[in-house]
Design a protein around this ligand. Structure first.
Ligand SMILES: Cc1cc2nc3c(=O)[nH]c(=O)nc-3n(C[C@H](O)[C@H](O)[C@H](O)COP(=O)(O)OP(=O)(O)OC[C@H]3O[C@@H](n4cnc5c(N)ncnc54)[C@H](O)[C@@H]3O)c2cc1C
Length: 504
């Protein structure tokens, strides 16, 4: 341990008390663990602050001693880095342990003010406890994921409030230089509009703190939805891989007219089936080759699914009011002659679709996490390219990804989440992290995907921490220089998450 780190940790003992500074080897191991090919990154220590004032004091001390910090809200960033800091030896600031209060639920204006440790499950439970009049969006990932942490990484859910950063209104932030600011109307101390008005006087600053390392967000307002009296999901199964193009073209007008206010989930067979099955040929092939097409078809037949299933939801005053809307959507999809309609009720019996149903209703579910066990050994790295919502382009991207993954002996496990003009393709690269050869193949596959997609003009959204420098390098020199300049301004000693999203 360097002298500066020793002095910093001694200051932390005085500030937080010994119970809230952890350097035990098993804790450091747990906080360094992740599912990525690049390896674990054990931190030097883990700190558990209880207030904005303590976070501010931590950041000021880190500036004095030249120590790198890495904030997490709940550290459930599975497939992207989990709890790991960007580099081994950084000090993790775990905001979730003690800063996990729901500070306000405003029933009239339909928002909450939360601390970073509030999970999807905790917010959902609190809203149910308060009479279930309000609904929060959630992801289909870990229910213990942080509402704020996910928004800070620009994650998404599935209800009409699927854009998680978009639902944030007014943040409190400790900058890298130790100053505390409030964004939006919170910029005026006496404001009564902090969590209701997004755009105040002057430039909108909020976006600068998302997917960056300029500040630590210590509280924020999040807009909720009124829970509608009735909700209904609908699902369409398509038989072939090549149907993806038609599906996206069918989705587009439904989103552009807002007939379907939810996000569309267009999930492939293995995305859904991996919740219930493990790779049936793994023992025989030792995972060296991707699942054979015949085995994939067998799984589809056994589970009553085609190659793709498109799912969405509608919300309204009553089930009767929703029936004609679902009928209209059904006619729209079935005119393709390729779609098989699966009703909300039938979805319960099909793999993956009950999870879809739950998240469309804003109810967290841990079912989808079972995908991580498709292959043994706990490896998962997530590739997240986008595409304009044009079927022919998505089809080409599917062909490209399938070919690359097959070449590296790995499966295509993918879900395209579609808004009105744009879809993001979530590709789960599941691999055996305990097998060095397979781990190398997962790394090689990600790199080839990232380079090939960028060459074709398609960039990623979030990225696993292993590849953030690579993706930063894909931005223009002017954009990189501007981001570096903002880093210097907000965090002149570069104490916050050096290397996060490529910014040192
Ligand atoms: C099967 C599966 C399904 C998934 N489904 C989804 C999905 O539907 N949607 C989705 O978005 N994700 C999904 N994920 C990805 C991920 O698990 C979730 O996004 C999860 O909620 C992120 O973890 P977290 O909320 O605990 O964030 P954290 O790990 O706490 O934070 C995420 C990042 O933001 C930064 N950060 C956190 N808090 C702060 C703060 N207060 N100030 C500044 N920076 C901060 C951290 O440094 C970290 O890099 C899925 C993962 C799996 C394995």
């Amino acid at each position: 341990m360097t002298d500066s780190l020793t002095d910093f940790l001694s200051a932390m003992h005085d500030l937080l008390g010994p119970d809230w500074v952890n350097t035990a080897p098993d804790t450091l191991y747990r906080y360094g663990e992740n599912t990525l090919p690049g390896g674990n990154r054990p931190p030097a220590a883990v700190l558990y602050p209880s207030s904005t004032a303590e976070v501010q004091a931590i950041v000021k001390a880190a500036n004095r001693h030249g120590v790198a910090l890495h904030p997490i809200s709940s550290g459930n960033n599975i497939g992207l880095g989990t709890r790991s800091a960007m580099q081994a030896g950084q000090v993790v600031v775990d905001l979730g342990r003690r800063m996990n209060r729901i500070l306000e639920v405003n029933d009239t204006l339909c928002y909450a003010e939360i601390e970073p440790g509030v999970s999807y499950q905790a917010l959902h439970d609190e809203l149910v406890r308060r009479g279930n009049h309000l609904m929060s969006d959630c992801t289909s990932g870990p229910p213990q994921g942080s509402v704020l942490g996910n928004a800070m990484d620009r994650g998404a859910g599935y209800t009409p409030s699927f854009d998680h950063f978009g639902a944030i209104c007014g943040m409190e932030i400790v900058l890298g230089n130790g100053e505390v600011i409030r964004t939006g109307d919170g910029g005026m101390d006496s404001s009564r509009m902090w969590h209701v008005s997004k755009y105040s006087f002057g430039p909108a600053l909020d976006g600068l703190f998302v997917q960056s390392n300029f500040g630590i967000v210590t509280r924020a307002g999040i807009w909720l939805q009124m829970r509608p009296p009735a909700m209904k999901t609908f699902h369409f199964s398509f038989p072939d891989d090549a149907d993806l193009g038609d599906i996206l073209d069918l989705v587009r007008p439904l989103k552009l007219t807002n007939l379907v206010p939810s996000l569309f989930r267009v999930a492939n067979d293995l995305w859904l089936i991996a919740e219930h099955e493990t790779h049936p040929e793994y023992a025989r092939t030792q995972g060296r080759t991707a699942l054979s097409d015949s085995a994939r078809r067998e799984l589809q037949a056994r589970h009553g699914l085609g190659a793709w299933v498109a799912s969405g939801a509608v919300y309204g005053a009553s089930a009767q009011a929703l029936d004609p809307v679902v009928d209209r959507i059904r006619r729209h999809f079935c005119k393709s002659g390729r779609a098989r309609y699966i009703s909300d009720e039938e979805a319960d019996a099909l793999p993956g679709l009950s999870t879809a149903k739950s998240v469309f209703y804003g109810i967290p579910s841990s079912q989808e996490l079972r995908q991580c066990k498709w292959r043994p050994g706990g490896g998962l790295t997530t590739f997240t390219p986008g595409t304009p919502l044009v079927g022919e382009q998505a089809l080409r991207l599917q062909d490209l990804a399938r070919a690359i993954l097959a070449r590296h002996g790995l499966e295509y496990i993918s879900m395209w989440v579609c808004a009105a003009r744009f879809a993001r393709g979530l590709h789960q690269i599941v691999f055996n992290r305990e097998n060095p050869e397979e781990r190398q193949r997962a790394d090689d596959a990600y790199l080839e995907l990232a380079r090939s997609f960028a060459e074709a003009g398609y960039s990623v959204g979030r990225s696993p921490i292993d590849y953030q420098a690579l993706h930063f390098g894909q931005l223009s020199p002017e954009v990189r220089a501007l981001q570096a300049g903002i880093k210097d301004l907000f965090d002149p000693r570069h104490v916050l998450s050096p290397a996060r999203y490529g910014l040192s």
